[in-house]
Ligand binder design. Sequence first.
Ligand code: ADP
Ligand code: MG
Length: 232
Amino acid sequence: MSDVSFVRVEKASKSYTKASNNIPVFDNLNLDIPEGSFVALMGPSGSGKSTLLHAIGGLESLTSGSVKVDAVQISKMNQSQLSEWRSKTVGLVFQSFNLMQTLSAFANIELPLFLTKLSRAERKRRVNEIAELVRIDHRLNHRPSELSGGEQQRVAIARAIIADPQLLLCDEPTGELDQSTSAEVMNILRTLCDELEKTVLMVTHDPRAAAYSDNIYHFENGKLEFKRDQVA
Ligand code: ADP
Ligand code: MG
């Protein structure tokens, strides 16, 4: 881990307009995530955790303020610039896995590689390599419905990192898993940070999952509170 900030959120505000009512989510928020660190974001339901994660991943725009990732200002990009940037820079992992049900684990993991120029043989080699890393190599012919929750989440993590993005954004990745399966998934996320030097931002409700991170931020009343810096 370095001291260089990989994600920098500055003066970020977000509000939604619903039936001409303004619904503020957060206001004037700052967050720095050092390169190669693992940050957990906690807070009550509805506090804006997913909204902030989506803003950092370029999935949702801010009302004002800026997001820089690896010194690139994404707040000013248009939709096509954003989707190209996202495909190279960001891996996304969700609570409910979001796998394609009709495809095998192998084909799910391979999907992002169709946006690259890799040959079929190179894609296969890469899928096998990543599948081994997340310990799902023995289930590659299975469809999602034939996998446990933990196995499905490992497939989703493999898919998220297959194109080698620097930033991994995880929204409640253990939300649907039991405790021992959660621990397996958290060990994998920790390994991706420690060994592949991914920068990881994870939203979680679970203090046991948050304990795998380097830093914890708590979201309350539209403010971010710093809870722990294990690495300092
Ligand atoms: P969390 O992930 O912390 O549970 P969210 O970021 O999903 O919270 O939501 C924060 C707030 O923004 C909630 O009050 C939610 O109802 C509101 N919100 C989220 N998305 C929308 C939307 N598309 N339109 C209107 N309000 C929204
Ligand atoms: Mg959420």
